[in-house]
Design a protein around this ligand. Structure first.
Ligand SMILES: [Zn+2]
Length: 200
């Protein structure tokens, strides 16, 4: 079955090692199938999922596989707002296309989205980041990561001798995602946690 192998960074015809169909007809009428596969190229294990779809008036078929594990890179937490998500998705697309400078630029643009979401009203990313730090939205460590993202965005955006390497692009992308995780996902979860404690 065709599945994307993250180790080989390409689509492969995975060898099926086992399948399991599961669904609860009372709660979830959509049959679901988990498929354990072996990548024929690198021998790694991959887990895919498939839903039963209507293919005709009376016929059904399993959908193409979505990778469940290792988690698909396209997974971005739903709490991250659209203005930020768009840049994150593009940064990932650039990385996959080996466009590392463009990846650095898009990772930096993710932070501009964070600033805009928190309406820092700053014209420059440098001021926006400082404002995020001053208002406690990001702490000193995240500010430092943000500063590196900002500097490398500038390197990526301008025609200079300096290049963005694959390793640097991957790190910058991960820092951008980690900042978004802290700001939009973990902060909100911590606030909900504390609200429950106050009620108890
Ligand atoms: Zn593979």
């Amino acid at each position: 079955m065709i599945i994307e192998c993250p180790y080989c960074e390409s689509k492969v015809d995975g060898e099926v090692k086992g399948e399991h169909e599961s669904y609860d007809p009372r709660e979830d009428p959509g049959p679901f199938k988990a498929v354990l596969l072996k990548c024929p190229v690198c021998n790694n294990a991959l887990l895919g999922g498939s839903d039963l779809e209507q293919t005709g008036p009376t016929s059904h078929g399993w959908s193409s596989l979505t990778r469940l594990w290792p988690q698909q890179e396209s997974h971005i937490p739903w709490e991250i707002p659209a203005i930020v998500r768009k840049s994150l998705v593009e940064a990932r697309t650039c990385f996959k296309a080996r466009a590392y400078s463009a990846c650095a630029v898009m990772s930096g643009r993710t932070l501009e989205g964070v600033c805009r979401h928190h309406s820092t009203n700053s014209n420059s990313l440098a001021h926006g980041l400082k404002k995020l730090q001053d208002t406690g939205i990001i702490d000193d460590r995240l500010y430092q990561w943000g500063e590196e993202l900002r500097k490398h965005r500038n390197i990526g955006a301008h025609a200079t001798e300096e290049n963005i390497s694959k390793d640097d692009a991957k790190d910058l992308l991960d820092f951008a995602l980690a900042i978004c995780d802290y700001v939009f996902v973990l902060n909100a979860r911590f606030n909900r946690f504390m609200e429950r404690k106050i009620k108890d």
